[in-house]
Design a protein. Structure first.
Length: 136
């Protein structure tokens, strides 16, 4: 695995971004956009996937990163559960459900694989800034 220097390079984050865009497109549709509770909750959950991956990457240690990845994975599960509600309420079509559900599953699998990688290749500190000159 090549070194990742920015969270934007993480495949799970890229998938989470696609997932969030899909959720926003669906929740802007008539009907879904008026169910404020579900609309806001599924949006928050999809945003949480992206945000936790980014926040974890920027954290100090892999232990912290793994914790954030776990939260991201849990949020991907939350999106999947809420997609069932959207389908059952006829806010989205079966095709929209399958496509977005698959994105959420892919993101979850990618995140799980990343967690496994970090657990088997531990590093005490992920980033350092030896070249920086800080003044007090």
């Amino acid at each position: 695995m090549t070194a990742i220097t920015r969270f934007e390079e993480i495949e799970a984050w890229k998938t989470a971004r696609q997932l969030t865009n899909s959720v926003y497109a669906h929740t802007n549709q008539a009907g879904f956009n008026r169910d404020f509770g579900l609309r806001d909750q599924i949006r928050r959950a999809s945003i949480s996937v992206m945000s936790n991956i980014a926040e974890g990457f920027e954290s100090r240690t892999d232990v912290q990163f793994i914790n954030f990845l776990g939260m991201a994975r849990a949020s991907a599960g939350e999106v999947r559960a809420q997609l069932y509600i959207a389908l059952d309420q006829n806010y989205i079509t079966e095709e929209q459900f399958k496509e977005t559900f698959a994105m959420a599953e892919t993101c979850s699998r990618q995140t799980a694989r990343f967690i496994k990688y970090l657990e088997t290749n531990p590093r005490p500190r992920r980033a350092s800034d030896n070249a920086a000159d800080y003044e007090a």
